[in-house]
Design a protein around this ligand. Structure first.
Ligand SMILES: NC(=O)c1ccc[n+]([C@@H]2O[C@H](COP(=O)([O-])OP(=O)(O)OC[C@H]3O[C@@H](n4cnc5c(N)ncnc54)[C@H](O)[C@@H]3O)[C@@H](O)[C@H]2O)c1
Ligand SMILES: O=C(O)[C@H](O)COP(=O)(O)O
Length: 526
């Protein structure tokens, strides 16, 4: 399997991929057709902020299982297109937080003391001591927009340096802000009170140009720091505000277009200091994000849970060994159920009984949906199955009961149409041996594997012999057989494991007998 890496990541990450047996291709700075060609046979793709992973990339990458983002921001990845193509997107949300926070603090100080400007003049032989009278951060108010991981780390650092903290973040609790020593306020209040404003939100339609002319005017006389994403602070408005003396200065690490074009207005304003997106560029941060991203790519390629998947259900690493066998069992039960139902599926219910009901089962439920849709859809997996259900208007419900009647753990997948429903229930014998133990209420003991035949018949003498004879005549060998009946002489259900697929001719021959009620071929391969 091949992992394509299109932005530079630390060697430790590349080594980890190679040690896991994957071919690693590095192709930095590729774009357009070159990127589409490189990704065509890649099973994994690792990027930073430099690669535009758009819909065309997903359309060209038919083998792609995961895009790993060696860092936090995923605004360069079309997650919707990834989900539609069944591709996991995962980032490394922890590894560069300290680096980003330290850079933010450094930029705030650098702007407040005009360090870059003084540095350049001194290097040019000019002792401009009298031109720089800086501002202390001590006792000033820091306005933080976005109090997530980086925002919180910045809050801790600048709180300890004597700043007053106010924060605007509509998605966090007052309690959390209070624990950090910050007052949670509305945006207007945050802007009015800030001597320094630092933004730490992702770039989304909601945050794009969140800080523009009007907002900058509210920070009059202060400084703006942006080490989050270009575009959250409007660049033209910021250049104007600093140039016109409305703001004392700004420190910017990230830009709406990167690498920054020469005509970016921020480059022309002396009191705007800039760095080329260096927030995450420390040795420690790069090693952290590279190894954590490589681990997630390896996990995805081994079909193990991807801890930081952004568009797929996941399971805690410690719980995975307990949940893992049920993932396949649920998929199998879903596959069988869907092949036993003729009509359009309108509802799926996944029921958990016993020990498994204690676990986090999002991934198991997604796998049951994958099983249900797989015989019907071209490319379905646990990433896009919930979306397929939503698009088709299929209602999916989950129920759990900790009490189990006959088995330590039992999973039931019910598929329902307008006038029919089928439930297939399975368990694990000895912890990892999957068995289908009930189909539509009939108690069976079927090993779900390969080709199967499910036959409903009137419970009359000679039926089992008849089925065996017909299959024999059509050269189909029976590998195993399980029979269950409602009542003596009532209806019976038999499930057969076959070495070969049930042919149409054999199916017709079985259906021709009046003792047979229904004959279904079930395929569990693929
Ligand atoms: N310069 C760099 O190299 C660098 C390094 C790391 C992270 N980053 C960027 O920093 C930003 C923050 O990263 P993080 O790890 O803290 O992310 P995070 O998801 O932990 O935090 C983001 C916070 O923003 C808040 N938020 C979302 N929409 C908001 C809105 N409209 N108004 C106010 N708050 C809003 C969220 O509630 C959340 O608390 C991201 O854009 C990330 O890409 C940049
Ligand atoms: O979102 C991030 O993690 C940072 O912006 C770092 O981006 P980079 O990996 O491109 O340096």
């Amino acid at each position: 399997m091949k992992v394509l890496v299109t932005d530079p990541i630390a060697d430790a990450g590349l080594d980890r991929l190679r040690e896991s047996g994957y071919e690693v291709e590095t192709a930095y700075d590729v774009e357009g057709d070159a990127l589409l060609n490189a990704v065509a046979d890649a099973n994994g793709l690792i990027v930073r902020s430099g690669t535009d992973v758009n819909r065309d990339v997903f359309e060209a990458a038919s083998e792609l299982v995961i895009v790993g983002r060696a860092g936090i921001g995923v605004d360069n990845i079309d997650i919707e297109a990834a989900t539609e193509h069944g591709v996991i997107v995962a980032n490394a949300p922890e590894g560069n937080v300290r680096a980003a926070a330290e850079h933010t603090v450094a930029m705030a100080f650098a702007a407040a003391r005009s360090i870059p400007q003084a540095h350049v003049r001194l290097k040019n032989g000019e002792w401009a001591k009298g031109d720089y009278l800086g501002t202390e951060l001590n006792k000033k108010t820091l306005g933080i927009v976005g109090l997530g991981r980086v925002g919180q780390e910045v809050a801790k650092k600048l709180d300890s340096l004597g700043m007053e903290l106010v924060a605007y973040d509509p998605y966090i609790s007052e309690d959390l802000a209070r624990q950090l020593g910050a007052e949670l306020v509305e945006l207007d209040d945050c802007l009015d009170r800030a001597d320094f404003l630092t933004v730490h939100t992702p770039l989304t339609p909601e945050t794009e140009s969140l800080i523009s002319d009007e907002e900058l005017a509210q920070i009059e006389g202060g400084y703006v720091v942006n080490c989050a994403r270009g575009g959250v602070v409007d660049e033209d408005a910021l250049a104007r505000a600093v140039d016109d003396g409305i703001l004392a200065g700004a420190a910017i690490d990230v830009f709406a277009e990167e690498p920054i074009p020469e005509d970016n207005p921020l480059l022309d304003v002396d009191d705007v200091i800039v760095t080329p997106h260096l927030g995450a560029s420390t040795e420690a941060a790069q090693e952290n994000v590279a190894t954590s991203t490589a681990d997630q790519v390896v996990a995805a390629l081994k079909e193990e849970p991807v801890i930081n998947a952004l568009n797929a259900p996941s399971v805690e690493e410690s719980a995975f060994p307990r949940v893992r066998p049920y993932i396949e069992l649920a998929e199998t039960a879903g596959k069988i159920a869907t092949q036993l139902l003729d009509e359009r599926i309108e509802r799926i219910e996944v029921n958990y009984e016993g020990d498994i009901a204690e676990e986090e089962v999002d991934l198991v439920t997604a796998s049951a949906q994958k099983g249900v849709f797989q015989p019907l859809e071209w490319q379905v997996n646990a990433v896009n199955a919930p979306q397929i259900a939503e698009e088709r208007g299929v209602e999916v419900t989950e129920s759990k009961t900790r009490q189990a009647a006959d088995f330590q753990s039992l999973i039931g997948v019910t598929v329902e149409s307008a006038d029919e429903q089928i439930t297939v229930e399975g368990t694990l014998f000895a912890g990892d041996d999957p068995r289908i133990v009930r189909i539509d209420g009939y108690r069976v003991d079927a090993i779900p594997h390969g080709h199967m035949l499910a036959a409903r018949n009137h419970d009359k003498p000679g039926v089992i012999g008849f089925v065996g004879t017909v299959l024999g005549e059509h050269d189909i060998n029976i590998a195993g057989m399980f029979n269950a009946r409602e009542t003596d002489g009532g209806e019976a259900l038999s499930v057969y494991n076959l070495d070969d697929e049930l042919t149409d001719a054999a199916k017709r021959a079985l259906e021709a007998d009046e003792r047979m009620i229904e004959v279904r071929s079930i395929g569990l391969n693929g």
